[in-house]
Design a protein around this ligand. Sequence first.
Ligand SMILES: C[S@@+](CC[C@H](N)C(=O)[O-])C[C@H]1O[C@@H](n2cnc3c(N)ncnc32)[C@H](O)[C@@H]1O
Ligand SMILES: [Zn+2]
Length: 1020
Amino acid sequence: MSGRGNNGNECPRLIEVALPIREISAESVRDKSLRHGHISTLHLWWARRPLAASRAVVFASLVPDPDDPRCPAEFRAAVERLLATHVSPILRKTYLLPDPDNSVLPEEQREAIRKCWLHKLPKHWPNEIEKITVQDDPYAPYDGMPDTLRNRLLMFIAKWSRESLAFEAGKAKKEPDPKCLLDDRSLVKWETSDPENPQGREVLRIARELVKVAYGGNIPTVLDPFAGGGAIPLEAGRLGCQAIANDYNPVAYLILRATCEFPQKYGKPGKRRVIVEGFGKKVEQEAQVPNVLVHDLEKWANWILERAREKIGHLYPPGKDGRPVVGYLWARTAPCSNPSCRGEIPLLRSLLVCNKKDKKVALTMEVDKKAKTVRFGIAKGNAIKATEGTTVSRGARCPVCNQITPVDFMKEASFSGKMGERIVAVITEGVNGKEYRPVEEHDIRAFEQAEKMLDPEDAPMEPMPESPDLVSGRGWNFKTWGSLFNPRQLVAMQTFVACLHEALERMREEIADEEYRKAVGVYLGLWVSRSSMFQSSVGLWKPSGEFVAAPFSMQAIPMVWDYPETSPLADASGGAGGQLEWIMRFILHESNNAVPASLTHGDGAALAMEDRLADVVVSDPPYFDAIAYGDLSDYFYVWLKRAIGDLVPEAMATPLTPKTDEATALKHRHGGDGEQADAHFKSKLSAVLAEAHRVLKPGGIISIMFAHQSTKAWTALIQALFDAGLSIDATWPIDTERDVRSIALGASALASSITVTCRPRVVGSAAAFKQVRKEIEQVVQESVKRFWSYGFRGADLIVACYGPAVGVFGKYERVEKADGTPVRIPELLELARQAARDAIAGEFRGDNLSTLYYVWANLYGTAEQAWDDARLVVQIVGGQPSRLQTEADRQDAGPPTEIMEVARGHGIFVVDGSTCRLALLADRASRRGRGMDGNPPHIDALHRSMLLWKQEKRSELVEYLNERGLLEDGPFWKLAQALFEVLPRDLEDWKLVNALLGERQTLRAEGKKSAYKEDQKLPL
Ligand SMILES: C[S@@+](CC[C@H](N)C(=O)[O-])C[C@H]1O[C@@H](n2cnc3c(N)ncnc32)[C@H](O)[C@@H]1O
Ligand SMILES: [Zn+2]
């Protein structure tokens, strides 16, 4: 776990030296599945960092490395006391163990018990042996790890649980549940932050004490200039620091206040007037409530809900069955393009509306061919005859004439106002969960009433971004933010906004403290904003869980054909009451639990802060072009502004969110010019980092999390760091997506995010590239080994090597090539990639295609990989396309094609949709003459040899090997040896390679003999 320390006289921070990244990664992966009380349930924000990673990075950036001789003695003493000698009893688990000195036991058993004692492992021993009680030592380092203070501190941050260790050692068969991977007493564990967990409270108390001791008894300040959804300042506050959080986006700013300022400031017990029941009477009296903020929020939200019910309750009437309506399923409609039909096609992805294991419900379509109409009914279980919807990739199938109407025709129809929508089913609240019924007459009437109530002037007329990549409805003539809501949804949203205004007015009489009233109002606004996700015509119905999914996926708002409309008044998924629950749970979780953050709203490049204010900076800047924060957040902004624009005018002055100063590389903001977009990102990021540097105290560090794999994005980041006078000191990849490939983060995101720790750059003299190259190669080689041992592979592994390479580069004022020109950052990254490739390829030095095959086999074995990840690896190994092309390819293929295509054309992998895997002999053997060209790549020659062996054509094999000089060819046999080592043993390829290697000597001897025979034939 060693990183690089800083070069000065300062004691390095722990993060510059060590971090338990495998353990932190395991907990970070869990973050996505956490719900109750979790930050993600307050309000959607994009690319929130996992809390575990944020907590670990903040903590390790604050505390010094206790093993460093420069570490202050007080800190060492505190670690020793809190994590070794005086661990609080609440953190010790008690186990019953037999006494190792019990003389009735045979010596080997006593030895086993002693060992057991040593590791404090509970074991089952025969009853007759007396057991004694021992308490464990929660932060004792793992077996074989020296018991140093640094290691104890690492164990405190995150330590594998006993179950995980037993599984890893092969002593337990079952892999522990994700929530049991880490020991309960780990700082980064989610449960540690549960205010109801006394053990967790103690862990946090220790963490805060350590942080305070590290700062000589003072509270350190942690700045995050790009705070977004607030994971970093929330964790900084939890660790007892004064967090300063800034964001440019007004929606993020409001979320930030609600995340790391209000619960901590106001979430406290207090007196309130409450209604109590006694002797059959309800009376109002003053009483103590556990959390005034939650109490007041609930009270006013319910007030709004009741007012709204009075105004719009009749728009969601129950049907003949009398069951309350939960919502409606809608389908957009398009005219059939068949001139002799022109029926109305309901656009549906599937007819299934509920698809659970024990509950299946589907729509039925009854077609009246004459009237060219479709009636929808409901079928359940075995009565379901068809499930296929009407939409297909090319367009939609008309249920009347069965012909396909192409997408272009539908688009035209949408631009000429000929697309419509209709309700296809009603969702009701049944006795055992949701029920579905056909549409009845009064359902239609209720909707018509809503249409009449709508004041179109009130609907958000603000334009959506023009890029259909962001809001695909743009390509379907949806222009304003309001157009993503049907009329009843608009009426519902407007009603909630109007009732919220009434509530704010009334609150003036009851809540005198203006700031506090603002806090309650902001939550009410976020509640309405959050509910808009379940009140739009771009949400998705999920039959597998019978719930509404938010309209954002792939960092955009995709167009949908069929959508759910929830009743905001229903007690169900998507209802406003349910939305409120999530918010209240979050507040309860974070209440009274930490130091409130101090918030600023604006461009991080111009912070209204004095110099040298922050002890550390921890931040997570935008990932180049991955997320258009401003554009996407306008979806919420238009509602927030209507709801609480007057309450927080300081945050909502502009008609839409400001975008000019956003640090992103978005082409559509620069007239489609990619270079301008890149340049904007670079200069903004430089300016924000320079500002962070200005605000940083001397001796402080800056830790940056970054999750993008492209060279462009990294070039921009590194250039920005250098421009801001910073260089990289340590690099840590943290896995956040191990199981689920990043859908949420889009194609160019890494499975892991990389944290780099920076310090002001102390530049030495200029240096020659030749010398620096050697240093970089060495550092990268060490890094590959280290990151490999942590389980990082593929693009994650390679990108993680950028940081260490930059660390070397940054030491010099300028690095010059032989001709005196300076080495640029893209060249530096290319060198880092090459060094990583060489480190992975190890001893193997062959042609490029074979190296690619070998590196790939090493990185991924035979597992399937996402195409984008593969592309990076191919680029790294191949460099330029021509490097990968063989002579034969060049002649066949004409001009060099995309690099991936070259490798693919040569059958190096098998591609299937968006994934690919290494091609094995069976995949490659079909191409005749493979390995027969003049100078074939080694992998082709090896595969040819394996094939000949498999076909038992020994003499042909000997001849082949002999003629091509392969019997004595080092790289050929090295490749065979390498594949022998990395391929799974049950694979035919492994068996064939194994056989060839085993026969190498005999084949050689046979080769010599036949060569001799050939010689004999030659005329003298
Ligand atoms: C990757 S996100 C941060 C996510 C955050 N760490 C979290 O866990 O939620 C980056 C943030 O930077 C903000 N941002 C973009 N440009 C900015 C600028 N010039 N100044 C301040 N913030 C900016 C975006 O609005 C976005 O919220
Ligand atoms: Zn038709």
